[in-house]
Write a protein that binds this ligand. Structure first.
Ligand SMILES: *[C@@H]1O[C@H](CO)[C@@H](O)[C@H](O)[C@H]1NC(C)=O
Ligand SMILES: *[C@@H]1O[C@H](CO)[C@@H](O)[C@H](O)[C@H]1NC(C)=O
Ligand SMILES: *[C@@H]1O[C@H](CO)[C@@H](O)[C@H](O)[C@H]1NC(C)=O
Length: 388
């Protein structure tokens, strides 16, 4: 018998003619009969059907999100381009000349500046933020809730750490909003509920017409000199996005695309709303830092992955395994195994793979470099995180 003949359809046909003739009854092996039933089928096609198709379906299950993201250029057109404003700064250039370089005049007194954030648990990053901004801020406004955006109970982490922020206490308006704890709701609903509460807290803090209001998440940190420029210059836009360098896990790993944005608004009573989406086309480049998973402990990564509005990105529970998270951080890869959110195939392909390590700690928030021991984990060459 020609063993292995059925890898070749010609040979298996010959084989079946032999055994399926009148003498079939004598050949009792059921396996042989099965081979006969399959006569006329291309065995390779069958193999493809019973092995290939399930593997394909399993592959879609594993990578469905990646496939849709890869096809993003087909289903989503790129956003409207920004009106980009070049940003000038050197510590030795006078404020008058800096304003002039941006096409603006200078004021006699600076505007008041309000920095308003929704706080979750990022104590270390809040310290970097407030130390960077405090010479220029009239009032810090901070709201926290006992619920994450995904409706999980959380401690009031700022209240527990408040004594670390004594330097801001005299200029702090602090508020707490109770979570709604609605099961199975879209996290964006709780998020916008908290933003509305923050909007009220800003008014309680005493904001007035033409004061500057910074709207950003805690981890989106405008540089101090940028806020100083905007409070001193006249004729700046009513609403302005600040483009931020986009760091992912530490101030070492970064993404070239600096698309993360904070925004600064000249407050208009009854009109200005605290929101976190694109509200203007004006964009001042290189105005600070965004560091989305700048945490000391692996447990904080897990907390944020579960707590934030994109919780649907945790498709498999092993995404939350400490050893995997540590490995992803050191490789500069994506915690949710996502593809880059780009609008051309060229950009997606260009950004596949780990983020390059920058090794630069030149243009960083001053407080980081004044406290290198405390913030070692955010500086070049320190991707290992503490467990617990
Ligand atoms: C800044 O200006 C001062 C006085 O004009 C000068 O002595 C100093 O060298 C300048 N520093 C830098 C970094 O250019
Ligand atoms: C959250 O805070 C609200 C208002 O302070 C309170 O009524 C509620 O019991 C708290 N819920 C939890 C789970 O802590
Ligand atoms: C970054 O992304 C924005 C919007 O997605 C795009 O307009 C811009 O060209 C990108 N920049 C770089 C340097 O890739």
């Amino acid at each position: 018998m020609p063993e292995g003949g059925y890898y070749n359809s010609k040979k298996s046909d010959d084989f079946c003619e032999d055994v399926c003739g009148p003498q079939t009854a004598r050949v009792a092996l059921s396996l042989t009969r099965l081979r006969c039933i399959l006569r006329g089928f291309d065995l390779k096609a069958l193999l493809l059907l019973f092995v290939g198709v399930p593997i394909f379906i399993f592959g879609i299950y594993l990578h469905g999100q990646k496939i849709t993201y890869f096809l993003r250029p087909l289903w989503e057109s790129p956003p409207k381009p920004f009106n980009i404003i070049p940003h000038y700064y050197h510590e030795n250039v006078s404020m008058e000349n800096l304003c002039k370089l941006h096409g603006w005049g200078i004021r006699e007194t600076p505007r008041r500046v309000f920095d308003a954030v929704l706080f979750s648990n990022e104590v270390d990053i809040l310290a970097v933020r407030w130390n960077e901004l405090h010479p220029y801020i009239s009032e810090f406004v901070l709201l926290e809730s006992n619920s994450t955006f995904t409706g999980r109970a959380k401690p009031l982490v700022f209240a527990l750490n408040r004594e670390k922020f004594k330097f801001a206490e005299s200029r702090l308006t602090y508020g707490v909003v109770g979570g709604r704890f609605v099961k199975g709701e879209n996290p964006f609903v709780e998020e916008s509920y908290q933003r509305v509460a923050l909007d009220q807290l800003i008014r309680i803090a005493g904001i007035n017409e033409d004061d500057l209001l910074i709207m950003s998440d805690v981890d989106e940190i405008p540089s101090g000199h940028t806020i100083n420029l905007l409070r001193w210059c006249d004729e700046i836009p009513d609403k302005l996005h600040l483009e931020l360098r986009n760091y992912l896990y530490s101030f070492e790993f970064y993404q070239d695309n600096k698309s993360w944005r904070a925004s600064v608004h000249r407050y208009k009573p009854g009109k200005t709303r605290y929101a976190h989406f694109r509200q203007t086309d004006d964009l001042l480049v290189d105005s600070g830092w965004h560091c989305s998973f700048c945490f000391r402990h692996i447990s904080e990564f897990i907390f944020k992955m579960k707590a934030y509005s994109h919780v649907d990105r945790i498709r498999f529970s092993y995404y939350l395994k400490a050893s995997r998270i540590q490995d992803v951080i050191c490789r500069g890869a994506d915690l949710f195994d996502m593809l880059p959110e780009e609008h051309t195939f060229q950009d997606i392909i260009a950004k596949l793979g780990p983020i390059p390590s920058s090794f630069s700690a030149v243009n960083l928030p001053g407080y980081l470099l004044q406290n290198v021991e405390k913030y070692k984990y955010l500086l070049p060459g320190n991707c290992k995180r503490e467990s617990g």
